[in-house]
Design a protein around this ligand. Sequence first.
Ligand SMILES: *Cc1c(COP(=O)(O)O)cnc(C)c1O
Length: 406
Amino acid sequence: MKKEFSYKCESCGRNFAIKKDLMLCPFCADQDPEGKPLKGVLTVQLPEKLFRSKKNNQEFDVFDYLPVEKKYFSKLNVGNTPLIEPEIIQSELGYKNLYLKFDGTNPTGSFKDRASYLVSAFAKKNNINEIVVASTGNAASSMAGIAAAAGQKAFIFMPQNAPKAKLIQCLQYGATLIPVKGNYDKAFDLSLQFSAKTGFLNRNTAYNPMTIEGKKTVSFELVKQMNKKKINFVFLPVGDGVVLSGVIKGFLDLKYLGLINDIPKIIGVQAERSSFLFNAFYKNKFRLNYKATTIADSISVNVARNAYSAIHHLNTVDGELILVSDREILEAQNYLSNKSGIFCEPSSAASFAGFVKIKEKIFRNAGVIILLTGNGLKDIETASKIVNFPKAIEPNINIILDKLNI
Ligand SMILES: *Cc1c(COP(=O)(O)O)cnc(C)c1O
């Protein structure tokens, strides 16, 4: 163990001091990373002094366990998202300890803010005022918003066809948008070249170690919010697998710190039509020409850039991956809206769909957390597929009562 926060390579185990331009392990990183999962992903290691000063789980402040001091973060309220008790769903499904952790209440509407927030603070600490990111949506709009709050400039590399709401968010936040003629992989690799030439900090997911580290904060919050109630299962959506790595990293830190005794069963949920990681994990198939076609755009990923790290983390805690269909996702989204008042993105609904799919294997009084990562308003196009728009009606009260059978 080290005196200060440091990096450890997940592949070779070497340790490194945290530096602003160190992103991947120089010994393990691929020389030609275009379109491939990243090798040599670095994880943050906690300094030993934190272990010795451990507190009980009522008192701790997650900022004490992050590698950037609190003073470098903007005052935007990121994280501390609500843990909701969906009473109707609990009783309909018969799971009285089922909870929804809704990250759609983050400032830009998604879980990605947890990563962007730490990246922004890291940039501030290192006197960098420009941040670069390649993204198909939420990471971009998140970085744009978080950078705006900190007075930083965001440069966004996007494939042309990103969902409208996320694009407009970026422009509203004043980011510089660079739409790329080409797919996400091209945008990803161009953004790395751009960072190399300019010295601007790169926030690409998995590539920048702070993206995994920032996402661990949700696990710390969950333990606090559950207030000694047991967490047996956590369901979460999986695309690139950084949310997955981050959540697991959080529980590993909590265990190391003595704040929890057991790590919950982590169940990552992928769309059947975006199953790169599932195939890599269970079948050892890394299909670099795979094309994802799911309607859940935030988890629609051809090649999971974080595949090696995600698999490493899954193996460390004996986690699992499952698949759900687009139909199951749309139905889960609708059911959640209808029965809990939480309108989440299709990608988020995937975690709930995953729970519904395998719940027969889960004991009735298990503590179950469903992580809902994004706000449903971000993609109304997809959400509209499963609702019926009523026809306009004559402005006459009797006709209305008659039509509604009231
Ligand atoms: C990015 C994202 C995910 C998936 O995260 P990965 O790290 O790519 O697995 C899930 N839901 C939402 C809303 C997201 O923005």
